[in-house]
Design a protein around this ligand. Structure first.
Ligand code: C5P
Length: 260
């Protein structure tokens, strides 16, 4: 038996060579980092939850016609995806002021923005993912104007859809980060949605109480990370209702024993 080839290891995920050309396997780790990896930790079961939540969200987005890299979930921690040439931008969509925006511009956290705001950061850990403008993107050729048009268009579609999805389960979608990639077909390429959508890269606040149900629990040492991620999964209908005697870790242990 030969060991599968690791293509890339990120802070929360590992990419392995896929079973067919043009595919990869995306493995979700329990590792958590914040503030450009200055803070590191482990959230037990996070990878399982994010794999499941991201599968669900990408499937729903695919159903409304947003092209994504997601093919199918393979097991508790892995999904099969299309290999893309990643666009080196973090696309941040904001509905409510929080985090970096509040700090940068002195806007109180929780302030509803008068319109949806899209920001771009260069994906570069060494530089701390600096905020860039479309002028920088065009100047340095990180994406061409047509690609930027498609990216902004998809970001707004994703935001409209997810804002409604989360509102329906009592969650306020404050902001989130997307990543996009290019798929080549001969000389032509098109942009598709890549990476993941989970409480790791969204701010999700309980609509009634304002309680944080996302990675800010880790970033801000609030505790209860797994419970918050589980609550999101539960409200999305991906976990048994509260009170049911099964945790995601029980499910993973059970599956491992069964598959031995
Ligand atoms: O920190 P900031 O306020 O700029 O983050 C905005 C949104 O983008 C948050 O939902 C955060 O989780 C996400 N984000 C991310 N990865 C980064 C930076 C931000 O997922 N490197």
């Amino acid at each position: 038996m030969s060991r599968r080839r690791q293509i890339y290891e990120g802070k929360a995920k590992i990419l392995y060579e896929g079973p067919e050309p043009g595919t990869l396997i995306q493995y979700f780790k329990d590792d958590a980092t914040a503030f450009n990896a200055q803070k590191k930790g482990t959230i037990n079961g996070k990878g399982v939850l994010n794999n499941r939540i991201s599968e669900h969200v990408f499937t729903l987005l695919g159903n409304i016609g947003v092209p994504t890299h997601f093919i199918r979930r393979l097991n508790m921690r892995e999904q099969l995806i299309r290999q893309v040439e990643i666009v080196p931008l973090e696309v941040i969509v904001r509905n409510v002021a929080a985090g970096g925006l509040s700090k940068r511009l002195g806007i109180e956290e929780g302030t509803q923005l008068p319109r949806t705001l899209i920001e771009y950061c260069l994906k570069d850990d060494a530089l701390g993912d600096p905020l860039v403008t479309e002028e920088h993107i065009a100047c340095f050729g990180w994406a061409n104007p047509e690609e930027m048009h498609d990216i902004a268009d998809m970001a707004i579609r994703v935001n409209d859809f997810l804002s409604g999805l989360f509102a329906g389960i009592g969650i306020r979608l404050v902001d989130f980060k997307l990543e996009f990639g290019r798929i080549w077909d001969g000389d032509y390429s098109r942009i598709i949605l890549a990476d993941e959508i989970s409480p790791d890269n969204c701010r999700l606040w309980d609509a009634a109480t304002g309680e944080k149900l996302d990675k800010d629990r880790f970033r801000r040492d609030l505790g209860g990370e797994v419970e918050a991620y589980q609550e999101v999964a539960r409200r999305l209908g991906l976990l048994p209702a509260e009170g049911a005697d099964t945790t995601v870790l029980d499910m993973e242990t059970h599956r491992k024993k069964r598959d031995k």
